[in-house]
Unconditional design. Structure first.
Length: 209
């Protein structure tokens, strides 16, 4: 169990910070509101989506339910993988940390889908949502919208007029609005991809030994 202590702390810490941040945004900002944090390149910009990362959506109630179920199954698989890894003599702490980051991020967005539609009224432009409204929440279990707020428009310009379809239109990098849970998943997956040879080569060597 000592091997699972650090991954467990990471999951709890990321989940706590993610939910505190989202709860504050949902209960204090109206939909579409932006608060500058650093100059013109970092804003808190409140938006909601149907559940996919970085503001992407999977439309309709059926799509939302499928996505929520997929997330739950993915978390279960990751937890089983982490527990099995902790029982092996070739335990890799850094692989466990990557799995913990992915689990924490997925759980953070699952909580939005599962709970926010039940405890909040729907957010509107120029109207902040109400916690525990008299008429109940805006939707049912696993159908709530995910709260996003981190916005980094690092470069703002225009496409050259000669570029097909988008010539002359605004260009913003980085356009997607996301949350801490998305960041946790992205970092975990990125580290797995970057260091996959190290992780799995080390696993094989230790098993052979």
């Amino acid at each position: 169990m000592n091997r699972l202590r650090l991954p467990f702390i990471i999951v709890i810490l990321v989940l706590f910070l993610d939910q505190i941040f989202k709860f504050w945004v949902k209960s204090h900002m109206y939909l579409g509101e932006s608060i500058p944090v650093f100059a013109d390149w970092f804003y808190l910009h409140f938006t909601e989506n149907e559940g996919m990362a970085f503001g992407m959506t999977l439309g309709g109630d059926t799509g939302k339910l499928i996505l929520s179920i997929f997330r739950i199954i993915a978390v279960i698989i990751m937890v089983v993988w982490l527990v099995r890894l902790s029982r092996k003599p070739n335990f890799d702490k850094w692989l466990a940390i990557c799995l913990a980051l992915i689990i924490a991020g997925a759980l953070g967005n699952i909580l939005d889908s599962a709970c926010y539609g039940l405890i909040f009224s729907e957010s509107h432009y120029h109207q902040v949502a109400t916690l525990f409204p008299p008429g109940g929440g805006y939707t049912g279990f696993l159908h709530g919208k995910v709260v996003d707020m981190l916005y980094f428009p690092l470069i703002e310009s225009h496409y050259p007029t000669w570029v097909p379809w988008v010539g002359g239109e605004d260009f913003i990098f980085f356009r997607p609005v996301f949350n801490l849970a998305d960041s946790s998943i992205t970092v975990g997956v990125a580290l797995l991809i970057i260091f996959q040879k190290r992780f799995f080569a080390l696993q094989e060597k230790k098993e052979e030994a």
